[in-house]
Design a protein around this ligand. Structure first.
Ligand code: IMP
Ligand code: MG
Length: 182
């Protein structure tokens, strides 16, 4: 059972639902009169994206991009690879990048440079989780769900070694699962 590997629940389904609807309300207000393009960074943000987009009432469009920076460990390798690019050009569009978690900042600082070079009208970031203690590259973030301490979390789209994404809540993984101390 996946649940046995969870040390404790950090954000319940209810807490996530509540916070996601607050973020959507804020996005609705900030983008009033516009039609933002939400870009989900795969794979981690697919669950958050699905809930967020259904809470947003403005007309908006979606696209997906897949990047990899981690391999199977719990620490960023510092190398970012575009695994799947966007389906459409973004020139002149109001872009909202949707991420699961902002950690070292490696992935997003790289991605923002790449997207900026395609000349969108604007570009903002909405991340469900932020671990500011671990930041090594500065990244501007306009919408944050929750700020968390430096602990490895899984569930609600976030994985460890590609597993646990299907847990409906966010929990802290037992360090024994990834070979850390108990
Ligand atoms: P960064 O490039 O170090 O900011 O890493 C961002 C990516 O690392 C996220 O999109 C996640 O895929 C992954 N990541 C960072 N911390 C965690 C965590 O606690 N649990 C699961 N994935 C994480
Ligand atoms: Mg990820």
């Amino acid at each position: 059972m996946l649940e046995h590997d969870i040390d404790h629940v950090l954000f319940s389904e209810e807490a996530l639902r509540q916070r996601v609807s607050e973020l959507a309300a804020q996005i609705d207000r900030d983008y009033a009169g516009k039609e933002p393009l939400l870009i989900s960074i795969l794979r981690g943000s697919f669950v958050f994206m699905a809930d967020l987009v259904r809470s947003i009432t403005l007309p908006c469009t979606v696209d997906f991009m897949a990047v990899s920076s981690y391999g199977s460990g719990t620490v960023s390798s510092g190398q970012v690879k575009i695994v799947k690019d966007l389906s459409e050009p973004i020139e002149g569009k109001d872009i909202l990048v949707v991420e699961d978690i902002l950690d070292s900042g490696n992935t997003l600082s790289y991605l923002f440079k790449l997207l900026d070079a395609r000349h969108p009208a604007s570009i903002r970031l909405c991340t469900l989780l932020d671990k500011p203690e671990r930041r090594t590259k500065p990244v501007a973030v306009q919408y944050t769900g929750f700020t968390i301490p430096d602990e490895f979390v899984v569930g609600y789209g976030l994985d460890y070694d590609e597993k646990y994404r299907n847990l409906p809540y966010i929990g802290v993984l037992k360090p024994s699962v990834y070979g850390g101390e108990k």
